[in-house]
Design a protein around this ligand. Structure first.
Ligand code: TC6
Length: 701
């Protein structure tokens, strides 16, 4: 909706009203159109101001309407009508003017922005282009190079940057609506022709062709083609081109996946646990001081993330040398981040200590010591004695049992996992792992703290590997099996990288270090050296590949040792090693195509995702997708593993898993899990219905 009032005698004020972000829904478009007509027809009104309620101009088109049949008046003619108005129209931009919101403002004759506002055309991040005149008006207003940059990256700019670029006419520290009303009074009666952006000539830029060619290479082809139309065609033909290009994008799988993921990231904030704790009934506690115990790579990153979020941090490391190094490294990270942001580093909110006692007054403690249960058990007992009785005690373990650690403390309801991803100061994902006894307040507090640190927090139940690493294990396992059967690391990685992963599984393992997993497998009794014959490839009655262990026995730990699955210097060793390994175990190599690589690696991971949903480790498929896109490099334009399964079709996923299970009966995880089978049997409902379908006693399956 849009509210119309008259203010200061002669200014028609139109306020967009559609909480929370004043998205341009059908009702809002209708409301704006009617209000504009009213203002233009009102004899008393000399000028018009458009603003949004609650300090936010407009978050753009209503993404929830995408993919549904269009209702209500379209956006483009409405913006045209505003631009064609014979009374000056001023946009008062507060909060955000994004996508269709900025395009609406570009249709106005003047733009006044509050200094804290952010502006941008993020459509490309949703697989779309700014098709409400954005690709035609923005280049005419600020020139092709700057417009191309904003449109093809989707980056937001600050009000100050927008002023410098020429997107807005004035920036104010005061109430932008009041300033815009005064401004509207001052421009009453002034000619409007050269204020209509669509009638401007696109400013000439040298060497436009090479600019477009370069931008084309950056893939955002449709956006580039549309902006090229602005530079080369009259406005009306440019608009036709924009519309045609948008039509090709609108129904694409990529756009659907990106829009799904936009909402998935937000859906994970509405967490719930099988015990009945929920985001809307659990109150987080304020956290002002946090302690980090253990200042290795993870501890340092966590310290930086907490300090950047404005908390006081007590950083504890008992080894003197490590403490000195950490202090230097943290200062360096904070400095580099400040330079990137164009600010100065915050004055020290971090205190360092080599004594655990220093954590005594912290509201929350995150331990990031060596991944070893005995070390962590001892630490939790000590923390429980040293810290405040109401302090939250969190572990950054990536796989150890949170319930067991909780049982070492006096207040197990205050113990949680906070599983960060490296580098912890940069990665957007946080798994908040609740144990059987974790209190709703503890979960809410950790979830909120993650958000304060700018992360997407996902609530996950306690199980081996939690959600992300539990699924990863199955994916890695299939990759090893494929090598045994004849594939090469290059071939597997190529298939995954062409699918969209930034790095294939072997390249990724080399980067993170092969010895880490080896140590875990040794502790679990899986990695055993010297085994020969059939028993070498079987553990706990299931197929097991010792390839990763053998590589480590040859001191190939990945990039850190100069070689792993790849040879970082000329070295035919690995292929010979694989041939000998296959011969030793009587494995006949065969040609493995890309389809098999993808299906075996990805469908087994998806199958484990369904098992995790069935075990109620996470509340919905969005949780898994957020974890995989933000923490494990799953290509965002494919929405996440569970959305991908929905796109491929559950029946096909189940059939292919069944097929591979028949070929490899010794790998039980290839068998479609119960939930996947039941979803298929109930007609493969779309992904937004899975949550309801899974929900315990009311299950519809
Ligand atoms: C021809 C067409 C051409 C134009 C195309 C476009 O404009 S494409 C659009 C281009 N625009 C964009 O891509 C901008 C997307 N939006 C944003 O970047 C941010 O929301 C923000 C910066 C506006 C506010 O940040 P913040 O941290 O204050 O808030 P938050 O992010 O937590 O969101 C709060 C709630 O609002 C919901 N919601 C948000 N936007 C939309 C929407 N457009 N629609 C519907 N819903 C939307 C969001 O799901 C959440 O709902 P929940 O979970 O509470 O049910």
């Amino acid at each position: 909706m849009a509210q119309y009032t008259r203010v200061s005698g002669s200014v028609g004020l139109i306020t967009l009203q559609n909480p929370p972000v004043n998205a341009l829904s059908a009702a809002v478009r209708l409301g704006i159109g009617e209000a504009v007509q009213r203002a233009l027809g009102d004899q008393e009104v000399q000028s018009v101001v458009i603003c949004g309620q609650n300090g936010l101009f407009c978050g753009g088109a209503d993404i929830r309407e995408f993919g549904k049949e269009m209702t209500g008046p379209p956006l483009v003619p409405m913006i045209h009508a505003i631009e064609a108005a014979t009374k000056p129209v001023v946009a008062a931009i507060e909060g955000s003017a994004l996508g269709g919101g900025l395009e609406l403002a570009l249709g106005c004759h003047y733009r006044i922005s509050h200094c804290k506002a952010r502006l941008g055309l993020p459509e490309v991040t949703l697989g779309l282009l700014p098709a409400a005149g954005g690709t035609q008006r923005l280049p005419r207003l600020i020139g092709v190079p700057a417009a191309l940059n904003l449109i093809t990256t989707g980056h937001h700019v600050t009000a100050a940057e927008a002023l410098q670029l020429g997107i807005v006419d004035q920036v104010t520290e005061h109430n932008a609506v009041d300033v815009a009303v005064k401004f509207a009074l001052s421009v009453t009666g002034k000619p409007l022709h050269d204020r209509r952006v669509s009638s401007l000539e696109c400013p000439a830029a040298p060497d436009l062709d090479s600019l477009f060619e370069e931008a084309m290479l950056k893939v955002r082809v449709a956006c580039v083609q549309a902006v090229r139309a602005a530079a080369t065609l009259p406005y009306a033909r440019g608009m036709e081109r924009e519309k045609a290009l948008m039509a090709t994008l609108f129904g694409s799988g990529q756009a659907r996946a990106l829009q799904y993921f936009f909402f998935a990231q937000r859906a994970v904030g509405r967490w719930s646990t099988p015990g009945g704790a929920r985001w809307d009934t659990s109150q987080p506690r304020p956290v002002r001081t946090a302690a980090v115990i253990g200042l290795g790579t993870m501890g340092r990153g966590i310290t930086v993330a907490l300090a950047q979020a404005g908390l006081s941090v007590v950083a504890v490391e008992t080894q003197a040398k490590q403490l000195t190094e950490a202090r230097k490294a943290v200062a360096g990270m904070l400095k580099r981040a400040a330079v990137r942001r164009g600010t100065t580093p915050e004055p020290g909110s971090i205190t360092y200590s080599d004594q655990l006692q220093a954590a005594a007054r912290a509201d929350l403690v995150i331990e990031a010591v060596f991944e070893d249960m005995e070390v962590k058990e001892t630490l939790f007992r000590q923390l429980s004695a040293v810290c405040r009785p109401d302090a939250l005690l969190c572990t950054n373990t990536s796989s150890l049992d949170v319930d067991h650690l909780a049982s070492q403390t006096r207040h197990p309801h205050l113990v949680l996992g906070m599983h960060f991803f490296a580098p912890a100061q940069a990665m957007k994902l946080l798994e908040v792992v609740y144990g059987a006894r974790s209190s709703p307040t503890a979960v809410a507090t950790a979830m909120q703290l993650g958000k304060t640190m700018g992360k997407v927090s996902v609530a996950v139940g306690n199980c081996r590997g939690f959600a992300g690493n539990r699924m990863l294990k199955r994916y890695l396992e299939q990759a090893f099996f494929l090598l045994e059967e004849g594939a090469t690391p290059e071939g597997v990685d190529r298939a995954l990288e062409e699918f969209g992963f930034a790095m294939g599984v072997f390249r990724m393992s080399d980067l993170s270090g092969l010895d880490v997993g080896w140590r875990v497998r040794k502790a679990e009794g899986l990695a055993q050296s010297g085994l020969t014959g059939p028993s070498a490839r079987v553990r706990q009655g299931r197929r097991y590949s010792p390839l990763g262990d053998l590589l480590c026995e040859h001191q190939r730990f990945g990039q850190k040792s100069g070689r792993g699955w790849y040879q970082y210097e000329p070295d035919p060793w690995l292929h010979r090693f694989l041939e000998e390994y296959r011969a030793r175990h009587g494995l006949l190599p065969r040609r493995i195509d890309q389809q098999e690589v993808l299906e075996r690696c990805l469908f087994v991971l998806i199958n484990e995702g369904f098992q995790i949903l069935e075990d109620r480790i996470v509340a919905g498929p969005e949780d898994i997708d957020a974890i995989y896109v933000l923490g494990y490099g799953w290509p965002r334009h494919r929405g996440g593993p569970m959305f991908y399964a929905h796109m491929v079709g559950l029946e096909r996923v189940a059939q292919r898993l069944e097929h591979y299970h028949q070929a490899h009966p010794e790998v039980p995880y290839l068998q479609p899990c119960g939930l996947l089978r039941r979803l298929v049997a109930s007609g493969s409902p779309p992904i937004h219905r899975w949550r309801r379908a899974i929900a315990g006693p009311h299950s519809q399956l």
